[in-house]
Design a protein around this ligand. Structure first.
Ligand code: CP3
Length: 365
């Protein structure tokens, strides 16, 4: 460990000038001056890319997440093609839960489907704590990727306890999260036991990624926006805090993201994040007012805007960069994942535009 002039702990291997720790992405996460606004896209490794579809045509999703050669190749594809400022590990939020012994599959067009949903205390006991050996393929893939990526940072990630619990309790994706909420309100003790177990699994999974060399982590609480702020604070925040605050000494920036979280942005920041991800519903200057000036923001182009004519995309990118200036650090991203029908060339143009517009501003001081 080394301590730099701002007192931030950095990991030795990463702190050389020009290395990932000095990249625009990590600098923006740490609210330091940047040569240009960094940009990456949630789900940048995925179905919008023909080269991804080609690989996946013959390999099921979970298998592709467990093969380090494929994880490495798929993670690198959007970096090569778009010149994004960060790579995100190709995996899925249910990978550690499957490694913990839960029988599940990722069904194309549907998402995660759990064979026997978790609804009782005995079910919670079926979720084993994981060790490095359970996810050695992730360790191997991250180590390989760090070498391949050179100065480009790699983002590790995990699903947050609430979003994972939702899949496990429902048995699959749900619009209302009705079974999850019924458990949460009806048996808070069991709910807390489930989330505490998931927080331990998630923490172990993120530690494996950090030990292997990721430069930042993102905790996806995609479905947290289904909750009121009071319920979020009481029933979810303590467990997300276990994960994010549990990594405070790890020396990598922590990003906390959810969808539909306008009312939760302040609370999500409190969980121990350096950066709060914002969906397209809340302008970044308004979001910053809610999150506070001690955190960077990430976002927030509506993924559907990428399906509109270029002048519309350009105007929205300009607006978001402008509103992002209110934050002490801004990582450009979408407000949620890339849609499969997105033209990859538009993504490449957005990267170039974000770089061009934000570096011009830096030149002008
Ligand atoms: O962002 C990236 O490029 C990294 C890879 C990544 C995937 N899933 C790959 C994936 C990440 C970060 C995730 C996280 C994830 N997985 C979340 C949180 C982010 C979010 O979208 O809110 C959630 C909720 C899941 C669960 C999940 N897995 C869903 C809802 C789906 C989509 C189902 C479908 O087919 O539409 C998946 C499958 C999945 N995960 C795909 C990819 C590329 C598509 C699988 C395929 O190509 O068939």
């Amino acid at each position: 460990m080394t301590t730099d002039t701002t007192g931030t702990v950095a990991r030795d291997g990463d702190s050389r000038p020009g290395g990932p720790a000095d990249s625009p992405f990590i600098r923006a996460c740490r609210r330091r001056p940047v040569p240009h606004t960094p940009v990456w896209f949630m789900r940048q490794a995925g179905r919008s890319l023909p080269e991804y579809r080609e690989i996946r045509a013959s390999v099921p999703m979970l298998e592709s997440c467990r093969r380090p050669d494929l994880v490495t190749e798929i993670t690198l594809q959007p970096v090569r093609r778009h010149g994004v400022d960060a790579a995100i590990l190709f995996s899925d939020i249910v990978v550690p839960v499957a490694a913990a012994g839960i029988d599940l599959d990722i069904v194309p067009g549907t998402g995660p489907v759990v064979a026997e949903p978790i609804r009782t205390a005995a079910d919670v006991e079926r979720i084993r704590l994981i060790t490095l050996d359970d996810v050695s393929y992730v360790d191997e893939a991250v180590r390989q990727l760090v070498v391949e990526l050179g100065d480009t940072p790699l983002i590790g990630f995990a699903g947050a306890p609430f979003t994972l619990a939702s899949y496990l309790v429902e048995g699959g994706p749900s619009r209302t999260h009705a079974k999850t909420k019924a458990l949460m309100y009806g048996d808070p003790e069991l709910w807390h036991a489930l989330c505490a177990r998931l927080a331990e699994v998630t923490l172990a999974f993120l530690r494996v990624q950090i030990e292997a060399g990721v430069s930042a982590v993102q905790l996806f609480d995609s479905w947290a926006g289904a909750l009121s702020e009071a319920d979020y604070r009481r029933l979810v925040l303590p467990h997300s805090t276990t994960v994010l605050s549990g990594l405070v000494d790890a020396g990598v920036p922590r990003i906390h993201f959810g969808v539909g979280t306008a009312e939760l942005l302040g609370a999500m920041g409190e969980a121990g994040a350096d950066v709060v991800g914002v969906d397209w519903r809340t302008p970044l200057d308004v979001a910053t007012g809610r999150i506070g000036a001690d955190k960077a923001v990430q976002g927030n182009l509506d993924p559907c805007v990428l399906l509109a004519p270029w002048p519309v995309v350009e105007a929205e990118v300009r607006r978001i960069l402008e509103q992002g200036r209110a934050a002490p650090g801004h990582v450009f991203n979408l407000g949620h994942g890339v849609l499969p029908e997105t033209d990859p060339e538009v993504l490449t143009r957005v990267v170039a535009l974000v770089h061009e517009l934000s570096s011009r501003r830096a030149d002008q001081g």
